[in-house]
Design a protein. Structure first.
Length: 234
């Protein structure tokens, strides 16, 4: 039995060394494989990111990328008896001036468009014959009438004057006889101006069409000279 001891010890030693070698080798293989896996993942991520980036850069901008719709409500402080207030509808109802491409202007109850005797644009207006602003309009409901100079002898809310106005929206109430197609956006009774429910088709300085309906002539404090109207581009 003692003679076999060296042989047994030799076998155990060899087996232990082999086991250590196998464990060490496996550890090295595992460690060497992990970075490769991470590198592959990183490379794949980079490839996907680069592909997406290229795809986004190559996509053309759609024609409907920006869409504006709906109606607007505008109130103008036109309380001055000598100065006109100019409004750009193409600019979404912003204050303008006489030298720019304004679309509609106000002075008290008077209304002008950028055309005829009031401006060099393609402006004009006409009565659509409808009173429901929610209806669909396309601008062909009536034929635009350009601005003209009209004289008022004075009476009621109208002062004696000569103004360049649009006759379908702001013809003097004392105009007699009242030509066909002429009229006013308001009615007058007992010292109060009341907006009619008519929907007008207004042509802007650039030929664009708008549906306009007047709502009031007074501000929240009851002061006159503040025409308020709702409108939408057609």
């Amino acid at each position: 039995m003692r003679k076999d001891m060296p042989l047994v010890q030799s076998i155990l030693k060899t087996s232990f060394q082999s086991l250590v070698f196998i464990i060490f080798g496996s550890f090295q293989i595992f460690c060497s494989m992990k970075p490769k896996s991470e590198d592959s993942s990183a490379a794949l991520l980079f490839l996907l990111s680069d592909e997406n980036k290229t795809s986004l850069n190559c996509t053309s901008t759609p024609t409907n990328a920006v869409v504006t719709s709906g109606s607007f409500t505008t109130s103008a402080n036109a309380s001055s008896t000598c100065n006109w207030v100019y409004v750009s509808l193409k600019g979404n109802g912003v204050l303008s001036d006489a030298n720019s491409q304004w679309d509609i202007a106000f002075k008290r109850y008077n209304v002008a468009t950028n055309g005829g005797t009031s401006g060099s644009g393609s402006g004009g207006a006409c009565d659509s014959g409808q009173t429901n602003f929610s209806n669909a309009f396309n601008g062909s409901e009536c034929t635009a009438v350009v601005d003209v100079k009209l004289t008022s002898s004075g009476g009621g809310p109208v002062s004696a004057s000569q103004e360049s106005i649009n006759p379908t929206m702001a013809a003097p109430l004392d105009l007699s006889p009242m030509p066909s197609g002429y009229g006013a956006w308001y009615s007058y009774s007992s010292g109060i101006l009341t907006a009619r429910t008519k929907v007008y088709i207004v042509t802007g300085s650039d030929g664009a069409k708008y549906a306009i309906q007047f709502l009031d002539y007074y501000n929240a404090a009851g002061t006159s000279g503040f025409p308020k109207f709702q409108w939408k581009k057609l």
